[in-house]
Design a binder for this molecule. Structure first.
Ligand code: AMP
Ligand code: ZN
Ligand code: FE
Ligand code: FE
Length: 284
């Protein structure tokens, strides 16, 4: 069993990184990639927690981007990245700044509508070195008794159409794919089934180093999984899969039991990593 997509307190997950690793070891996972949004802080913590076990910790990330041509959010996963590489860190820092600006603007917008919530209230829901986002605003609204649940917060205040919504600028999916590729990582489109114009996107991103599609995701019905496996094969891409667990009440064991990533996924991912490491794509 492997899990190549999940979140911890370094972004909008609820579980601590070390706790997730302990659970993964208990469940006998072979490999795990923690893919926090725009953040690589989990990696060092995860490696330490996995020391002495058989669990392979794959350095990962999920970069949130917007594809301006279609005004669409595209999430790009990166595996076997170098979490400390300068350009990747530049992209991460840029996102961090934009996220903080968005949170400040959201707090001001809420106040202008008579909803008393401050930037500090929002930041108090997130760890300092983590990526702050709308789920933290939702939790702050819950703590203040303004909404009962996370989905209420999104349905009433935080969706793109709400008059309390403020957008943030991000990098393009092309730039995210390139940053992951250039630091030696394997760039993969996350939950492609949630997207429109996927074939155009794949064609465009392959020029920047795209290497895979996340065919296995909890939001994908079997026909969607098959479609993306076929699309990947047609383009010589690999497929990946993961729980996208955020600490939901059902628990991690339950999330894992609902998703079966086929055994062949991990060796194919490693082959991609090895091809990159050997420089087989370079023209000499
Ligand atoms: P942000 O990073 O600020 O764009 O927030 C995106 C995150 O919000 C996603 O990764 C989801 O975890 C979460 N999210 C988005 N829509 C909803 C929703 N309707 N209910 C609960 N969580 C959501
Ligand atoms: Zn998330
Ligand atoms: Fe995502
Ligand atoms: Fe995710």
């Amino acid at each position: 069993m492997i899990d190549l997509h999940l979140h911890t307190t370094f972004s909008d997950g609820v579980s601590e990184t070390a706790d997730i690793i302990k659970e993964a070891i208990t469940f006998g996972l072979k490999a795990i990639a923690i893919t926090d949004h725009d953040n690589t802080g989990s990696y060092a913590v995860a490696c330490k927690a996995a020391e002495g076990s058989d669990l392979e910790v794959i350095p990962g990330i999920e970069i949130n981007t917007v594809w301006e041509a279609h005004k669409q959010e595209v999430h790009v996963l990166g595996f076997y990245i170098d979490p400390y590489e300068v350009n990747l860190q530049r992209v991460i820092q840029e996102h961090r700044q934009r996220r903080l600006e968005q949170m400040d603007a959201l707090a001001k917008k809420f106040q202008s509508k008579g909803i008393k919530i401050t930037l500090e209230d929002i930041l108090a829901q997130s760890r300092e070195e983590g990526s702050v986002g709308r789920p933290h605003v939702a939790r702050a609204l819950m703590a203040k008794g303004k909404v009962a649940t996370l989905s209420d917060a999104f349905n009433v205040y935080l969706n793109r159409k709400a008059d309390t919504y403020v957008s943030r600028t991000t990098v393009s999916p092309h730039e995210a794919v390139e940053a992951i590729y250039d630091c030696g990582g394997i760039p993969v489109i996350a939950h492609p089934g949630e997207m429109e114009h996927i074939e155009t996107l794949v064609e465009e991103l392959m020029d920047y180093g795209l290497r895979g599609l996340e065919a296995y995701h909890k939001s994908h019905r079997p026909a969607i999984i098959e479609y993306h496996c076929n699309l990947a094969e047609k383009n010589g891409l690999i497929v990946t899969g993961g729980t996208d667990y955020h600490g939901e009440a059902v628990g991690y064991a339950n999330a894992l039991s609902r998703l079966r990533v086929p055994e062949y996924v991990l060796p194919r991912l490693k082959m991609e990593r090895d091809r990159r490491a050997k420089g087989l794509f370079k023209v000499s």
